[in-house]
Ligand binder design. Sequence first.
Ligand code: PLP
Length: 379
Amino acid sequence: MQIPFLDLKSQYLSIKTEINSAIQDVLDNSAFVLGKAVNDFESEFAKVHDMKYCVALNSGTAGNHVALWSLGIKPGDEVIIPANTFIATAWGAILCGAKPIFVDCDPDSYNLDPLKVEKAITSKTKAIVAVHLYGQPADMDPLKKIADEYKINLVEDSAQSHIAEYKGKKIGGFGVATSFSFYPGKNLGAYGEGGALVTNDSEIAKKAKMIRDHGTLEKYQHEIFGHNYRMEGIQGAVLGVKLKYLSNWTFERRKVAVKYKELLSTNSNIKLPKEMPYAKHVYHLFVVQVTGNGRNENSELRDKLAGYLKDKGIATGYHYPIPLHLQKCFQYLGYKKGDFVNTELLANSCLSLPIYPELENNQIEFVCSNINNFFNHVA
Ligand SMILES: *Cc1c(COP(=O)(O)O)cnc(C)c1O
C-alpha cells in the first residue's frame, strides 16, 4: 500500500466541478489580481473566525511581514519568536529589520512557553509572535497577560491552524493581528501561493491593505511605503470554494487523529501529540516523538523508523529537524546547541505521520501496524 504524506489530488477531484467553474469565472472576467472573488473570500474568511477584517495576501510569509510592518516594527526592535516553528515566522521580524529573539517550546504543547517568554523580554522587545503550530493554539491567556503588562504587541501566526479554537473561541482575535497561509498543503490551501492577515483593528487593516498594494488606497497615491503582496483572483476563487468545506475537512482530520491515538496508545516508544485542555486542535500535522522508551537524545531511532516506513510505502516528515536558533542564517545571533532543550529534543525525535481528511481507516491501520511492528521486531 502506498500512503503519500499529502493527497491533494483526491480532494480536488471531490470538488472539481465547483472549482473549475469558479476559476472559469475569473478567466471570463479577467479579474486576475484582487477583484470580486478575493473580496468575497475576505468577507467569508473573516466571518468564520468571528473577525472584522481580512486582508488577502499572496503568502503566509507576507502575512508575517505585514503584521509586524503595520505595527511599526523597525530596526533596533526585538521580536520574540518560537525556536520551534517554520522559518517563515522569523522572516516577519527579519524583513522589518528587527532582531528575532528565540524562545523554547513547552514539552507538551510544542508551542511557546509563556514563562520563558517573560524571561526573554527586554526594553527593546516590541512584539511576541505566538505560533499555533501543527494545528494547536498556543496558550494565549498568559501570553496576552504578559503582552499587556509590558505593553508589547501580541500577534499570531496561524499558518497551520485555520479555525482552531482556544477556550471555545476561534483563533485570530487574541493578538492584534493574525497571519494565515494558504500554501497548497495547509489545512485551507490555494492552488498556488496565498495568505491573509485578519484583525479587529481598523487601523491595522487599513495599513495592511495599503502595504499589500504599493502603499496606496487610491492608485498612484503612495501614502506609505509598501510592497506587492496582492492575492491573485484565481486563488481567491479556489479558496472561496474550499472554505465551505473546511469545517468538514477539519472534522475528518480530527477523526484521523483519534484513530491514530487509539492504535498507538499502547506503544511506549512513541509520545503522541497532546490536545491541550484549552485547545481545539485542527491537526495540520500529526507529530509524534520517537522516544524509544525514554529520553532519546539523538535522531538515530527516529530516522530508522522513518526509513522502515518508507520501505513499506509510507511517507513521513520531520517538523522541524533543525530549530531556528541553530540555522546557519541565524548564526550571527550567537545561539548554540543546548540553549533550548525542549525544541532540540523535539527536532531529534519528531516524526510527522500522514494526515488529511481523505485518509481512510485501513490506511491508518496500515501505518500504525507498521510502526508497532518496527518496535516489536526491528528496532
Ligand atoms: C507555511 C507557514 C508559513 C509561511 O506561509 P507561506 O504561505 O508558505 O509563505 C509561516 N508560518 C508557519 C508556521 C507556516 O507553517
